[in-house]
Design a protein around this ligand. Structure first.
Ligand SMILES: Nc1nc2c(c(=O)[nH]1)N[C@H]1C(S)=C(S)[C@@H](COP(=O)(O)OP(=O)(O)OC[C@H]3O[C@@H](n4cnc5c(=O)[nH]c(N)nc54)[C@H](O)[C@@H]3O)O[C@H]1N2
Ligand SMILES: Nc1nc2c(c(=O)[nH]1)N[C@H]1C(S)=C(S)[C@@H](COP(=O)(O)OP(=O)(O)OC[C@H]3O[C@@H](n4cnc5c(=O)[nH]c(N)nc54)[C@H](O)[C@@H]3O)O[C@H]1N2
Ligand code: SF4
Ligand SMILES: [Mo]
Length: 713
């Protein structure tokens, strides 16, 4: 098919930029512009532009590997699949089904995530499945559920941003983490709107802001309460809206009133005049939005923190109205869809709850199993990883690299090494795959079809543009083959089709009637439209399953248009009212003291993605971001006697990491920052604190206490 062009989407972040692929003579593809897709209108960041580099045989896995005499050696697919089935079956026989763990990823397509959740519960019969999305936006998801009765990252399309009056961006560095999205914020400013950025660092994003507040890491909850206090004190509450559309205001109000501005200044380090200015910018225009990302969410109080920001929106009448609202910027390619269809410990497809008897009955019927055979909720991601080698003896890992990305990573690495059996499906030999007993090489984005759901709740079709190299199979094929081997006489593989559209058809039925209803979405529609926003029930809106409408004679079935904007009439709570969260400030799980006097926060740089497993294999990206660093203020550097580029040791109660100093006045003098993309000596997660949020079970990646030491060259 020379010169043919395949429209598809980037393999990396939650923006899911549209791109066109053109196949090359050598079997590869090049990325070309796709201006018709409204989210990025052709623009791509360097990661998306260079994504084809990871398709090359020099950097990717090309054969299954099995451990033999301590090293990983090439093996046939039959041998590798048999070994995995044996490993999991032995664990199940010797220790019971819950000794088999499954760990997934928010980068997996909806079809893979759905199948993985089903595989765990139906084939392995284990409750022990969770995924890396728990490390990502779970606190915002929990807060959104509590407040609105539904969790969808953004309740409106990005194209609404330029037409609102003010956006408060809390702990998002989207100029580096979603560069093409910056356009919407520039247009906002061109239209006379304002941007407030809240980040302990003066990031590329903060440089664009009309107002930048730089709080101490881990204090966003107090900051939001302080702003709400001022909203009340200055008479800016939208009383009519609060009375009509919300519940719980009195308690939330009382909690905010205990956080007077000078007290909040003391906790956060943000001067009172800046608090007042933020309130003015947010309240004066007719419309305004608050968007959060990992800064306020990756805290051991992330759920309460996001709840406090939602309170601010509710008190000022800025949720469930056009051009106003609260949203969370999800992170991974399928960060949204990956959290809806059952790879989460407590969840069934369609964002149903595993402990809800009606949900169990519905999904069990779609799966053709007895509802009582479905296990209950399991452990959250960190707790699951922490149980490896003790309660959990074998692990199947698909789409994550926890040796680099999990908190307290040296401990988690030890836990992984203590497993009886580890199987990893990946496209490259990640640091975690290096520890496996069996590694399976799987197909990548450009080589397979599937759907993802971007940060707006827009379901998209990724299309296969080229054939995978010989010897590579898809994650769906892997699950099919393992189901065949582990199911014995039961013929379980029939429930694990290898064709993505077939899986999607089942997902439609399983999600029908659930909160994240995909039943009205088809591959045909996705191919014709620029995505469809969920919820999108079938025309009839029944829970019967969309497949049944086929062959319905002349009956005309109207298509549901999808739901770009949520909550305009009512919230998804039983009484239709949004709930205030009665939250109060509390400190980070680990505050600085004499021994560990500095705060460490962590995050990202534009040219590397996550654990770096993929992007560290791309020359152009490595040239731009070759390795880890410690960002610190000149005052801190002087005290340490460190010059630009000198190695600095960062020591926490978990361990010690060493990386070159990067000195800048753009960070608070009491805080250091490290990106987490690298393994080895400069691994940021050697230091991080796995203190968990009590509701979301999110670890505190964004704040822990450290001390700095000069390193003799
Ligand atoms: N280049 C690149 N892009 C990515 C990714 C990547 O790895 N690389 N990953 C994708 C994924 S999965 C995600 S989740 C998103 C994440 O996207 P972002 O949330 O934008 O990324 P982070 O860098 O983790 O954190 C954002 C900012 O939070 C600030 N911060 C740190 N501590 C605090 C705090 O206590 N309060 C506040 N308010 N801010 C704080 C940091 O200084 C940082 O600038 O990016 C996606 N896009
Ligand atoms: N200190 C610190 N740590 C953090 C964060 C932070 O801000 N600070 N952020 C956290 C966040 S938000 C996230 S999302 C996590 C992410 O961290 P990880 O979960 O480690 O994410 P990735 O590095 O994207 O790992 C994905 C792995 O799956 C592989 N892969 C990609 N596509 C597929 C596929 O289709 N199938 C299969 N089988 N494999 C595939 C990739 O090659 C890679 O090895 O890190 C968390 N860790
Ligand atoms: S912004 Fe995200 S989706 Fe867009 S090209 Fe970059 S990594 Fe890909
Ligand atoms: Mo993430």
């Amino acid at each position: 098919m020379p010169n043919s062009v395949t429209p598809t989407h980037c393999p990396y972040c939650a923006l899911q930029c549209g791109m066109n692929l053109t196949p090359q003579r050598d079997g590869g593809v090049t990325v070309v512009e796709r201006p018709d897709f409204p989210v990025n209108r052709g623009a791509l960041c360097g990661k998306g532009r260079t994504a084809p580099a990871v398709l090359a045989s020099g950097v990717r896995l090309t054969s299954p590997l099995v451990r033999s005499g301590g090293t990983l050696v090439p093996a046939t697919w039959e041998e590798a699949l048999d070994r995995i089935a044996e490993g999991l079956a032995r664990t199940r026989t010797e220790h019971g089904p819950d000794a088999c763990g499954v760990f997934g990823g928010g980068g997996l397509t909806n079809e893979k995530a759905y199948s993985l959740g089903k595989f765990a519960r139906v084939v392995l019969g284990t409750s022990q499945i969770d995924y890396n999305g728990r490390f990502c936006m779970s606190s915002a998801a929990a807060a959104g559920m509590k407040a609105f009765g539904l969790d969808r990252g953004l309740p409106f399309p990005l194209e609404d941003i330029p037409r609102t009056g003010c956006v408060i961006l809390v702990g998002s560095n989207l100029a580096e983490t979603m560069p093409p999205s910056l356009r919407f914020f520039n247009e906002l400013k061109e239209n006379g709107g304002t941007l407030v950025v809240i980040d302990p660092r003066r990031t590329k994003t903060a440089e664009q802001a009309d107002l930048h507040l730089a709080p101490r890491p881990g204090t966003d909850l107090a900051l939001a309460l302080g702003l709400l206090h001022l909203v009340v004190a200055e008479g800016r509450v939208d009383e009519e809206y609060v009375a009509e559309r919300t519940a719980g205001w009195e308690d939330a109000r009382a909690a905010a009133m205990a956080h007077w501005p000078e007290y909040v200044e003391r906790i956060t380090g943000v001067p009172v005049p800046q608090l007042r200015e933020a309130v003015r910018l947010f309240c004066e225009p007719e419309h305004a939005m608050v968007l959060t990302a990992r800064g306020p969410e990756q805290q051991s109080k992330g759920t309460d923190t996001v709840g406090a920001w939602i309170n601010l929106c509710l008190a000022t009448g800025r949720a469930g109205r056009p051009l106003s609202g609260y949203g969370c910027l999800t992170g991974q390619g399928n960060g949204q869809g990956g959290r809806e269809h059952g790879q989460k410990a407590d969840q069934l497809p369609g964002y149903r709850k595993l402990d809800d008897p009606a949900a169990r009955r519905h999904v069990a019927e779609v799966w053709g199993v007895d509802p009582d055979s479905l296990p209950g909720p399991g452990r959250s991601a960190y707790e699951l990883l922490d149980a490896l080698g003790t309660d959990i003896k074998s692990l199947l890992l698909m789409g994550s690299n926890p040796v680099v990305s999990a908190p307290r990573a040296a401990h988690i690495e030890e836990r992984i090494k203590s497993l009886d059996f580890l199987a990893v499906c990946d496209v490259v030999l990640s640091e975690t795959a290096e520890l496996a007993d069996v590694v399976l090489p799987v197909t990548q984005w450009a080589e397979e079809t599937g759907t993802t759901t971007n940060l707006e709740g827009r379901v998209l079709l990724r299309r296969r543009a080229i054939s995978p190299p010989e010897g590579i199979r898809s994650d769906l094929e892997v699950m099919h083959e393992l189901a065949a081997r582990l199911g014995g006489e039961r013929g379980l593989e029939k429930g694990f089709p290898t064709d993505a559209e077939e899986v999607f058809e089942e997902l439609r039925r399983a999600s029908a009637g659930g909160p994240a209803d995909y039943s009205g979405i088809t591959y045909r529609r996705l191919a014709e439209e620029n995505g469809v926003f969920w919820p999108c029930p079938t025309g009839a809106g029944t829970t019967e399953g969309a497949g049944n409408t086929q062959g319905a004679g002349n009956t005309e079935v109207t298509e549901h248009p999808g739901t770009p904007r949520l909550f305009l009439d009512r919230f998804a709570t039983p009484d239709g009212r949004a709930r205030f969260a009665p939250v109060t400030h509390r400190p980070a799980a680990e505050e600085p003291d004499d021994e560990y006097p500095v705060l460490l926060t962590t995050g990202r740089v534009v040219a590397q993605y996550q654990s770096g497993a993929q992007t560290r294999r791309v020359d152009e990206l490595n040239a731009a971001a070759p390795g880890p660093f410690v960002e610190l203020h000149p005052r801190l550097a002087a005290r340490l006697g460190a010059a630009e580029g000198d190695p600095v040791a960062v020591v926490s109660r978990r361990g010690r990491a060493v990386a070159p100093a990067r000195i800048t006045t753009g960070i608070r003098p009491d805080t250091v920052f490290m990106p987490f993309h690298w393994p080895g000596e400069g691994r940021a997660n050697t230091l991080t604190n796995p203190a968990l949020d009590p509701t979301s079970r999110m670890p505190e990646f964004k704040a822990c206490a450290v001390r700095l030491e000069a390193v003799k060259a």
